[in-house]
Structures are given as structure tokens and as C-alpha cells.
Design a protein around this ligand. Structure first.
Ligand code: NAD
Ligand code: GLY
Length: 361
């Protein structure tokens, strides 16, 4: 087992990474009161809810389950309200704990509920997808979607502990594993060329679900995220680098309709577009652009999106949260492993990067 810390002063918290983590030893100390609401979905419930419910009940806790429907389309106000209903119906008070058991959808919703129930209660993240282990469970961004925009309503709510158990990835569908690998590759491309070389060496094992390799990849990814969040919790600067490929990716996700492509798939192609633009700007070489495409292909991720009319693609891009004072800012690569946030890019080259990385009809 390996441990990292997100250094946020008196809100400092650990990330435990390993296989078959010990609930009694590692989770119990972070449950301050007696009441625990496990928020999960109807897929993860069947797989893992019993383990946590029984272990915590055996330790004397009052444990209730709130089971939401599985899917990004349920990440909305109506379903958030079901968490408040469950907490109130169970008579939970301010010293209760909300425990998110699931992927990023559950983590984001349960976290937002924990941030607002009785103005804030203890929150624990038990991420069960690779994507949530390396990204959404760390850093405190929580929230829900609005019909007019993804993740538009939310709050910062740091958990008191993140409990990332590799054994729980065994049941994850291969497509979801690849989506998580996209976020892992992101950390390498934005700031760690040595990690990129490590991923190139071990991609076959990672794709096959080798737990030791996955634990190492999660550890290295979370180390990057923990450092960036500690420096810039509320995203006034450096944290925006974590959105490499996301402006392009969100346009793909929005055009295709949420859920058609997984988020990790869309940002993989988005990162290829960002690399293509960086290459056209002369910031990375052709060889580095090819290297970027190959690592995504080896992770079984798409590197080109279906044809999307350019006007519509651009329309979706300008709705991105990184538009500041009407100006689009992009995360690009000044070198492999060296991302920057910039508004200094050539618009025609950006359009070309989008066109270059679409499937031909
Ligand atoms: P998800 O939560 O929808 O999970 C993907 C699928 O895997 C679901 O069907 C889920 O039920 C299933 N699943 C979960 N764990 C499983 C397991 N162990 N075995 C089998 N199936 C399992 O998707 P995700 O990719 O985990 O997260 C995406 C969400 O995270 C999006 O809503 C995105 O906006 C959000 N996100 C948030 C942040 C953040 O910083 N808060 C960062 C990145 C993404
Ligand atoms: N996933 C981007 C962030 O946490 O800032």
C-alpha cells in the first residue's frame, strides 16, 4: 500500500492506494461521528456496497445506503435531491459522514451533497473507476450538470480521505479502464516525460489490468494532482493545466451527446488535437505528435472523432469554462511533458488541428 497526502493545511488528507485495503485500519479513523450514508449507484451497489456497509456496521456505525441510478444523465438536481431526502429521512445530523462509493458521477454528486447538507458534513471518497481514482476523487471539485452545461453547479469540497482500492477495478469494463488511462496519460503529457516513458514501457500490462502496475500509475498520477491542487486549490492558475485536451474534448462530447463517447475517450482525441496545434506552432516535433497518438492508440483510445461541422465544433468550444473575458484560452504543449495555458495561438492552425483529427466520411 502507498500513501500520498494532499497538503491543504488543516484540511490535509491522505490518499491510500493499494489492493484489498483494510477498511478498519484506514477508513474508520476518518469517520468522525456515528452515522454514515453510503452514496452509490445501482451497478456499484451490487458489487461493493455490502463490504463497506457490513464492515462499518460491525464497527458500531449506523450505516444507510442511498442508491442512485447509474449514468451521467442522472447527475442532476433531481437526483442530488434524493441524497438530501435519504439523509433527512434517516435523521442524520451535522456530524454524519457521506461516503461516495463509485465513479466520478457518484463522487461529484455525493461531494456536492456533503458540501451543502447542513452547510457541510464529513466526506469520504471511495473511487471505484480508474478515472475517479486518478482524477475526480482528488482535489475537491464536486457538482452536478445543468441542461445548459456540464458541471455548471457545484462547490469545492475536499474529502477527509481517498481510499483507492485496485482490487475493485477488476470488474471495470475495458472501455472504462481505457477512459481512466486517458487521464493518466494526460499527467505524463502535461508535466512528466519520464512518466510517459514508463507508460510506454508498461501499457500492455496496464491494459490487461495488472494491479501492481495500475497502483503505480494511480500513485504517480495522484502525486501530480495532489501537488497541483495544493498549489492552486481554486484554479486561479496552474490547476487549469489539468484540462489539457478538455476544450476540444468537451466539444466532441457535447456534439455527440453525453454518454455516446466516454469523457476519457473525448479528451484523448482532444489531447491529440492540442498536440497537433502545438506541432503546427512549432512547439513540439512531428515525432512527438506521432508519439502522442501512439500512446493513446495503445491504450485503446480513439485519436480521431466522427466528422463534426467546424462551425458547430467552434461554437461548443467557446462555451468552455476556460473562456475568460470573451477570449478562448487553450492548454497546449511547449514540449512533451510541458503544458502551458495560453491565448497566444493561431486560430487557423487550431481549425486545422480539429479538421486533421476527424474521421473522413
Ligand atoms: P462513472 O461514474 O459514470 O462510472 C463509469 C461506469 O462504471 C458507470 O456505469 C459505473 O456504474 C461503472 N462502475 C464504477 N465502478 C465500477 C467497478 N468497480 N466495476 C464495474 N463498473 C463500475 O464515470 P467516471 O468515468 O468514473 O467519472 C466521470 C464523471 O466524473 C463525469 O461526470 C465527470 O464530469 C466527472 N469528473 C470529475 C472530476 C472532478 O475533478 N471532480 C474530474 C474528472 C471527471
Ligand atoms: N479534473 C480537473 C481538476 O480537478 O481540476
Amino acid at each position: 500500500m502507498q500513501t500520498l497526502h494532499v497538503e491543504l493545511g488543516d484540511r490535509r488528507y491522505p490518499i491510500f492506494i493499494g489492493s484489498h485495503l483494510n477498511i478498519n485500519e484506514l477508513l474508520l479513523p476518518y469517520i468522525t461521528g456515528h452515522q454514515v450514508m453510503i452514496v452509490t449507484n445501482d451497478t456499484v451497489e451490487k458489487l461493493y456496497a455490502n463490504t463497506y456497509q457490513q464492515a462499518l456496521q460491525a464497527l458500531g456505525k449506523t450505516v444507510k445506503l442511498c442508491v442512485l441510478r447509474d449514468g451521467e444523465k442522472y447527475k442532476n438536481l433531481e437526483n442530488l435531491n434524493l441524497i438530501f431526502d435519504a439523509l433527512l429521512q434517516a435523521g442524520f445530523n451535522r456530524d454524519c459522514t457521506v461516503l461516495a462509493l463509485g465513479g466520478g458521477v457518484i463522487g461529484d454528486m455525493a461531494g456536492f451533497a456533503a458540501a451543502s447538507f447542513q452547510r457541510g458534513v464529513n466526506f469520504i471518497q471511495v473511487p471505484t473507476t480508474l478515472l475517479s481514482q486518478v482524477d475526480s476523487s482528488v482535489g475537491g471539485k464536486t457538482g452536478i450538470n445543468h441542461p445548459l452545461g456540464k458541471n455548471m453547479i457545484g462547490a469545492f469540497k475536499q474529502p477527509s480521505v481517498v481510499f483507492a482500492d485496485m482490487a475493485q477495478l477488476k470488474s471495470l469494463p475495458p472501455r472504462e479502464l481505457s477512459a481512466g488511462l486517458a487521464e493518466i496519460i494526460k499527467y505524463a503529457l502535461l508535466g512528466d516525460i519520464e512518466f510517459l516513458a514508463w507508460l510506454e514501457m508498461h501499457m500492455d500490462g496496464l491494459i490487461q489490468g495488472d494491479e501492481a502496475l495500475l497502483a503505480e500509475a494511480v500513485y504517480r498520477s495522484c502525486a501530480h494532482k495532489a501537488r497541483i491542487v495544493a498549489n492552486d486549490e481554486k484554479e486561479h492558475g496552474e490547476r487549469a493545466l489539468l484540462n489539457l485536451g478538455h476544450t476540444f474534448g468537451h466539444a466532441i462530447e457535447s456534439y455527440l451527446g453525453y454518454g455516446v463517447w466516454l469523457h476519457g475517450e473525448a479528451i484523448a482525441t482532444g489531447m491529440v488535437m492540442a498536440a497537433d496545434l502545438s506541432c503546427q506552432m512549432g512547439w513540439i516535433s512531428e515525432a512527438d505528435l506521432i508519439r502522442t497518438k501512439v500512446i493513446f492508440q495503445r491504450a485503446q483510445l480513439p485519436i480521431a472523432c466522427p466528422p463534426i461541422p467546424l462551425e458547430q465544433f467552434l461554437e461548443y468550444m467557446v462555451h468552455d469554462k476556460k473562456v475568460l473575458n470573451g477570449q478562448l484560452r487553450l492548454i497546449l504543449m511547449k514540449g512533451v511533458g510541458q503544458a502551458v495555458i495560453t491565448k497566444e495561438f493561431n486560430l487557423e492552425a487550431m481549425k486545422q488541428a480539429i479538421v486533421n483529427n476527424q474521421l473522413k466520411e
